[in-house]
Design a protein around this ligand. Structure first.
Ligand code: NAD
Length: 429
């Protein structure tokens, strides 16, 4: 458990701050913990490149719409930029910038040679046909063609995108340069150089760090009660893996609400119902329909927010009954809520550690693509497991040694590594 006398970040004013301010606030905390030079911190506060493009698309009705697409490249001191592509109505340049910075610290924390980036388009993918989504994705990719590349910036899936969009991005890039370039994106289908194990990687990484945290409290994963907000790429995979490991998944949710069963949900049956049969989650016979807000405050061992930012706030943090909160989504706990959870002795496994499994296997996919040697799933999972377990223990030990919360410990490790590299490389020119 956390040491009792810990240095906590100062509460921000006002209580709810924008994602970029939150990420910068954690950067500042890590900077003062490590006494990082002010000039280096100023460089790290600012993304290196911000690109916003217009995406004109002809809808199936013949109407023309113009969407705004962003790509923010935060820092490439350690290697090429890496980061997901998000399709969601709430996408803003601020949010994308904050997520790009998070990616920099995440890659550095895990010890993988990438810098942070993120992309996104403000749209609700459910409102567009597959053909429209393909045209949007291809135009977005071609607008970014000079800014991305396998040694420059490598996109991946994120909220609202999947292997399908990555295949379109890979094809568009390859058509533009005249030959197949599998290394341009990760999270691709296996048929075009994707990695085995990538689809479940983020959920698996969450399970690994939760397992390590429980083990330190002498609790096995089997029998632990788990609640998951979100049932997409991350939440859906996590639910299945926890279920397979013998944990009791009490509830999962999607945008319309949550399904709850006191003795644990039959996750394979629920996945069949929702993913294969495309049936609404609330029609699932093996559980009771509750709200997302009720889900967050259920009594459980582990709560896993795997949907959106800002889900655990100062309003509901006092009612959270989980013993561990594992941030599978990026930024699901606000700054003030983070302090409240900490003061209540709830362990928070921070996003840059807990959801890093995705970028770890993306890195392994890129390594396989560069070497033209492809591994079986067992090898991929083993390599990922090693990186995640070592990162968890580095964060935990740093937190103990410095008397700081796990999040600040994770930032200290990530920011410290990038700051050192920047200092060693020096400023150009
Ligand atoms: P996804 O689009 O596949 O799934 C999102 C899920 O959240 C869906 O079940 C959706 O119904 C649900 N949801 C949406 N709005 C909601 C709301 N208001 N309340 C409750 N549930 C809601 O997205 P994903 O790829 O699983 O990503 C989820 C989170 O994990 C994001 O924060 C993303 O940045 C983060 N993440 C994803 C990956 C990855 O590999 N996909 C890696 C690291 C971090």
């Amino acid at each position: 458990m956390m040491p009792s006398s810990v240095k906590m970040p100062q509460p921000p004013t006002p209580a709810h701050i924008c994602p970029m301010d939150r990420t910068c606030s954690y950067l500042q905390q890590a900077g003062s913990e490590l006494n990082i030079d002010r000039g280096i911190l100023t460089v790290l506060e600012n993304p290196r490149k911000v690109v916003t493009v217009s995406i004109p698309v002809k809808l199936d009705t013949g109407e023309v719409q113009v969407l705004a697409g962003h790509r923010v490249q935060h820092c490439d001191v350690l290697g090429p930029y890496k980061g997901g592509t998000r399709y969601h109505p709430s996408v803003t340049l601020q949010e994308v910038s904050s997520l790009a910075m998070l990616m920099t610290w995440k890659c550095a924390l895990l010890g993988i040679p990438y810098g942070g980036a993120k992309g996104g388009i403000a749209l609700d993918p459910h409102q567009y046909s597959v053909g429209e989504l393909e045209r949007i994705t291809r135009r977005y990719t071609s607008e970014l063609i000079k800014d991305i590349g396998p040694a420059v910036d490598i996109p991946a899936p994120d909220m609202g995108t999947s292997a399908r969009e990555m295949a379109w991005m890979m094809d568009t890039y390859s058509m533009n340069v005249g030959h197949a370039v599998p290394g341009i994106v990760t999270g691709k289908p296996l048929s075009v150089g994707g990695s085995k194990g990538r689809q479940q990687a983020t959920g698996r990484g969450v399970m690994i760090v939760v397992r390590e945290a429980l083990a330190q409290q002498d609790k096995p994963l089997a029998g632990a009660s788990v609640v998951i907000q979100g049932f997409g790429n991350v939440g859906g995979a996590a639910a299945l893996l926890f279920h397979q490991a013998g944990a009791k998944v009490l509830a999962v949710s999607n945008v319309s609400g949550a399904i709850f069963a006191e003795n644990g949900l039959d996750i394979p049956a629920l996945r069949k119902h929702v993913v294969e049969n495309h049936a609404p989650m609330n029609n699932f016979p093996g559980g009771e329909w509750i709200t997302n807000e009720e889900l967050l405050t259920l009594p459980c061992d582990v709560l896993i927010p795997a949907a959106l930012e800002d889900q655990i706030t100062e309003e509901n943090a006092p009612r959270i009954q989980a013993k561990i909160v594992a941030e599978a989504a990026n930024g699901p706990v606000t700054l003030v809520a983070d302090q409240l959870l900490h003061s209540r002795g709830i362990m928070v496994l921070p996003d840059i550690l807990a959801n890093a499994g995705g970028v770890v296997v993306s890195y392994l996919e890129w390594v396989q693509g560069q070497s033209y040697v492809f591994w079986d799933e067992e090898r991929v999972n083993q390599e990922m497991e090693g990186l995640m377990v070592r990162a968890y223990h580095r964060v935990y030990e740093t937190s103990q040694q410095r008397g700081i919360p796990l999040r600040l410990a994770a930032y200290t490790l990530g920011v410290g590594r990038v700051a050192q590299a920047l200092s060693d490389r020096g400023l150009y020119p």
